[in-house]
Write a protein that binds this ligand. Structure first.
Ligand code: NAD
Ligand code: 0WE
Length: 258
């Protein structure tokens, strides 16, 4: 029997079979969870349908996290279909592409800042708020995906780093809000992985190379490794862990000099 047997978990953020959320779905399915998946746009639906087929998910629904009506509709459907929820995985981030290049202040706009924070940080709180009634009395867990740029400057990561700092603070405040209800909230700070979100980022290859050369393991992490950690954090094996950020980065963040 898997360690997520009979848990019903919502996964937001699959865009391809390279997505971190794909690795999460794979691990959670293997451990016995029943999954509901969402897709951001009609163009991405077929990729998410492929995941649903592979991981036995019967519920596949549209969700653009900037749309309050869609959030309400999603949880309405989950209430009708499942009646309750044991976990939510948030694996979503976005900033305007021109903000992820060059010097932070040079390319920063009020609108870019607001959009990055809305999609990458507020949306986690929005899902927590909307999912809360369905998670009562079930030892449920929420997981989100962060990056080292939240706590250190990383060239070109810019406003995404500021939004990830907000996301990580959200992890702590939501953990404090929901702790009395038995709901745990954690983040995973993943090392660089080649996904759609990474494609088109200037010099991403050199970032992968640098991480590979400098981390203690001398190799980069996989979506399977992030997925296994998410599955653990969502499970009752992690019953004492909340409000924390777990690094799945081959130890890159501990290194001061190589
Ligand atoms: P990905 O492109 O596969 O996933 C990003 C997801 O965000 C996509 O599924 C996309 O549809 C979704 N998304 C964007 N805007 C949305 C919106 N308005 N509504 C709903 N969904 C929206 O890339 P990924 O690397 O798997 O990214 C997942 C998470 O992992 C992100 O939060 C990212 O910041 C984080 N992360 C990525 C890396 C990396 O190197 N790839 C490292 C650390 C953290
Ligand atoms: O969080 C991310 C990337 C998130 C992301 C990616 C894009 C590309 C397409 C957010 N918004 C957009 N907007 C787009 O238009 N990562 C952790 C991966 C990543 O992105 C970087 C990195 C790393 C690592 C950008 C600059 C420097 C490092």
């Amino acid at each position: 029997m898997g360690f997520l047997q009979d848990k019903r978990i919502l996964i937001v953020g699959i865009a391809s079979n390279r997505s971190i959320a794909w690795g999460v779905a794979e691990a959670m399915h293997r451990e016995g969870a029943e999954l509901a998946l969402t897709y951001q746009t009609e163009k991405l639906k077929k990729r998410v349908d492929a995941a649903a087929e592979k991981f036995g998910a019967k519920i596949v629904l549209p969700l653009d996290v900037s749309n309050d009506e869609q959030i309400a509709e999603l949880f309405g459907t989950l209430e009708k279909e499942w009646g309750h929820l044991d976990g939510i995985v948030h694996s979503v981030g976005f900033a305007p592409r021109d903000h992820l290049d060059g010097s932070y202040l040079d390319n920063l706009t009020r609108d870019g800042f607001a959009l990055a924070h809305d999609i990458s940080a507020y949306s986690f709180a929005a899902l927590a708020k909307a999912g809360r009634p369905l998670m009562q009395g079930r030892n449920a867990a929420l997981i989100t995906m962060s990056y080292l740029g939240a706590v250190r400057t990383v060239p070109n990561y810019n406003v995404m780093g500021v939004a990830k700092a907000s996301l990580e603070a959200n992890v702590r405040y939501i953990a404090d809000s929901l702790g009395p209800e038995g709901i745990r909230v954690n983040g995973i700070s993943a090392g660089p992985i080649r996904t759609l979100a990474a494609s088109g980022i200037k010099d991403f290859k050199s970032m992968l190379d640098e991480a590979e050369q400098k981390n203690p393991m001398r190799r980069n992490v996989t979506i399977q490794e992030v997925g296994n950690t998410a599955a653990f954090l969502c499970s009752d094996l992690a019953s004492g862990i909340t409000g924390d950020i777990v690094y799945v980065d081959s130890g890159y963040h501990i290194v001061g000099m190589v």
